[in-house]
Design a binder for this molecule. Structure first.
Ligand code: BGC
Length: 363
């Protein structure tokens, strides 16, 4: 079968013929329909991230996926040919208490693998096979947007982490809040946009920032869901001193991450999802002032990575909710679709400003 392969840490990606996977006993064989391309894929192609499977130099790239069941191995119940399916990314270490309870996103040992990223082949290929515990059923009605489920699962978890911090502020009997909760989203790639959808649907007033004017598809989409877009190319001064209870960061820019603390309300939480490059020169920072402000305002910073299957299941419910609220708006997060052989060029392009490029692998 055809697949996009990389040899981390050597930069570059290529289309190659690789052996077809054989579904083993207890596995499901899946025909890949679509895959999303994300910043992590581009980091791997740039030689900054990624690990091939043990004993191999080559890694099949890709972790955002949508497929259709093609073969059901012996011993598997609950799946039939043609079912739409999205597979999760992380496989647990098999040892820690979190991995042993279906929460490998919280793995404590670091012994996990991730399909298409770390130690396990991914989904930029015509087929894969996998155990049903890692497969999530997708309703036919969500076919057009289900390739967004993996990035949405990452957002669901990040929101959950932020919410858990805010929930430490108990109710104030007799003094109901007078305004909706407020959120700032930093970045209008797919993660930032899906975070804006989720936060709006949870009743937040949402401001999303990027470094572009009002003319982009992302800005138009934000208006459509009742979120505000702010061009912060000139810095956070563009927010006019406004502060937000939840700041959800999706840009992976370390200096900006610290700057975002200035936009955080008292008792608020900054949730980081971007993975900044580790090789940038150190930045200088008034650490005493930053930590002092954080302590004196009861604020929290939390990092959030990956998502276990419960967040994929939540994501399915929320994709339906987004469609009910805003029709086809969520489908517009997908900015372009490409053939598999266009992937190497697409993966090398970091500057297009697209929300989500998708590879169409089969129809
Ligand atoms: C993926 C996650 C993964 C993370 C770190 C993200 O792009 O969506 O599943 O855990 O990268 O490797």
């Amino acid at each position: 079968m055809r697949a996009i392969v990389v040899e981390p840490p050597t930069p570059g990606a290529r289309l190659e013929d690789v052996p077809d996977p054989e579904p083993h006993r207890g596995e499901v064989g899946v025909r890949v329909l679509e895959c999303g391309v994300c910043g992590t894929d581009r980091d791997i192609v740039a030689g900054q991230y990624g690990t091939p499977p043990t004993g191999s130099r080559r890694l099949v790239l890709g972790h955002e996926n949508l497929g259709a069941v093609e073969a059901v191995g012996p011993g598997v119940a609950g799946w039939k040919r043609g079912d739409l399916v999205v597979a999760t990314v992380r496989r647990g270490c098999g040892r820690c208490r979190f991995c042993l309870t279906n929460q490998s996103d919280l793995c404590e040992t670091g012994g996990f693998t991730e399909r298409g990223i770390r130690g396990r082949d991914g989904y930029f290929a015509e087929r894969y096979s996998e155990g049903p515990e890692y497969l999530v059923h997708v309703p036919e009605a969500l076919r057009a947007v289900a390739v967004l489920l993996e990035p949405l699962s990452v957002v669901e978890k990040a929101y959950h982490e932020g919410r858990s911090v805010l929930d430490r502020l108990g109710p104030t009997p007799g003094h109901p809040r007078e305004t909706p909760p407020s959120a700032l989203v930093s970045g209008t790639g797919a993660i930032g946009m899906l975070a804006s959808f989720l936060l709006r649907s949870e009743g937040y007033d949402v401001v999303a920032i990027d470094r572009h004017g009002e003319g982009t598809p992302a800005a138009a989409l934000l208006r459509r869901i009742g979120a505000e877009h702010v061009d912060a190319a000139g810095g956070l001064g563009a927010l006019s001193g406004r502060r937000f209870e939840m700041v959800l960061e999706a840009s992976g820019n370390a200096p900006l991450d610290f700057d975002l603390l200035r936009a955080l309300a008292p008792n608020g939480v900054l949730v980081l999802t971007g993975i900044p490059p580790a090789d940038r020169p150190p930045i200088s920072l008034a650490a005493g002032q930053v930590l002092r402000d954080l302590v004196l305002a009861n604020q929290a910073i939390v990092g959030s990575v990956n998502a276990n299957r419960s967040y994929f299941e939540l994501g399915i419910r929320h994709l339906s909710r987004f469609r009910k609220a805003w029709g086809d708006a969520v489908a517009r997060v997908i900015t372009s679709r490409h053939a598999l052989d266009e992937a190497p060029a697409l993966l090398a392009d970091r500057g297009s400003g697209a929300m989500k490029n998708v590879l169409t692998i089969a129809r």
